[in-house]
Design a protein around this ligand. Structure first.
Ligand code: SAH
Length: 252
């Protein structure tokens, strides 16, 4: 018996990995994060599979489910939204599984920041502008290490992908405008890859007013940075004059 932590991807079942889809179709016992895993992904589970929503469970209750599955020698699929390695809260579960002597593996998934970038049809990196992507969040009940506060990270002017932060939009905008400039692009992608996906584009100056009418506080990704612009320097990778390891360019 083992537990398989599986990335459910951002929502669209076609964005599951082939491996995740196969595991779900053959699953007999699944624990899923009900607040974020899309019903369209859960629909792949066989009707007779045991299904447990972890949203309302505390860790000991989840561990109890693992223990019961162990007694019945049933593999458990532990479904986490996006990729399990990002704000997945898998560490504490793995620590408990270690104590119980239950083995586990992880199947990665497409993260919501990637689905949001796809919805925006954007490249998150841009030559001379941003060669770094920061995946972060604002502090809520989970405090941030002081050196990772948004105000510090903003000094890099890297492309920022903010998880779990839609409800803090006003504070985010205030903090970032100092470093990125008020005309810097920002986009909010609500439920990337879901049928009701919404994309709201703006600048640090106007996004808060654009969002004011919409009641979007959850399941939204904020992406900030000048890499979202189109009229910026492009990569030289496909420049006819540019040589690299795979191609000789026309420039001597
Ligand atoms: N492991 C997940 C993140 C879990 S934290 C991943 O890799 O995507 C939950 C946060 O992820 C939400 O607050 C939201 O910021 C983001 N998120 C998850 N699914 C999303 C989606 N479909 N569209 C936009 N943001 C999403």
């Amino acid at each position: 018996m083992k537990v398989i932590f599986v990335g459910a991807g951002p929502g669209d079942p076609e964005l599951l990995t082939v491996k995740a889809a196969r595991l779900l179709k053959n699953c007999r016992c699944c624990i899923y994060a009900g607040s974020l895993v899309s019903p369209r992904v859960l629909a792949l589970l066989p009707a007779k599979a045991g299904k447990h929503d972890s949203a309302a469970l505390a860790l000991p209750e989840i561990v109890e489910l693992y223990r019961r599955a162990q007694k019945r020698n049933l593999n458990v699929i532990r479904l986490h939204s996006g990729d399990p390695s990002i704000y997945g809260a898998i560490r504490e579960q793995m620590n408990e599984l270690d104590k119980l002597g239950i083995g586990y593996e992880v199947v990665p998934g497409v993260s919501s920041f990637q689905a949001a970038a796809a919805a925006l049809k954007t490249e998150l990196t841009a030559p001379e502008i941003s060669q770094t992507i920061i995946l972060t969040r604002t502090s809520g009940r989970t405090p941030l290490p002081r050196e990772q506060e948004l105000d510090r990270l903003a000094q890099t002017r890297a492309t920022l992908c903010l998880f779990l932060s839609a409800a803090n939009l006003k504070a985010v905008v205030r903090t970032l405008a100092k470093h990125y400039g008020r005309d810097c692009p920002i986009a909010v992608v609500y439920r990337a890859s879901w049928p009701d996906q919404r994309v709201i584009r703006g600048t640090l100056a106007d996004i808060a007013s654009k969002m004011a009418k919409l009641n979007i506080r959850k399941t939204a990704m904020l992406i900030v940075g000048r890499a979202l612009n189109r009229d910026i320097p492009v990569s030289r990778l496909y420049d006819a004059a540019f040589s690299h390891g795979c191609r000789k360019g026309s420039r001597k």
